[in-house]
Design a protein around this ligand. Sequence first.
Ligand code: ZN
Length: 62
Amino acid sequence: MNCQRCSKKKKEYEVWNNKIVISATYDSEFQNHDEIRKMDDKSIICHDCIQAIKDEVNQGEK
Ligand SMILES: [Zn+2]
């Protein structure tokens, strides 16, 4: 499986799928991020990219 954002090949435990993203984050700003909105049932995003998106969202708030 390849990360939707960085396209790197990742193992299952290294990624978040759509369901995890929705259930693990209650942050609507995060869930409204373009990259998250692009996700469908089969999309996955690696932990590195999740962190990068979180950082982007946090910076946007300031
Ligand atoms: Zn990635």
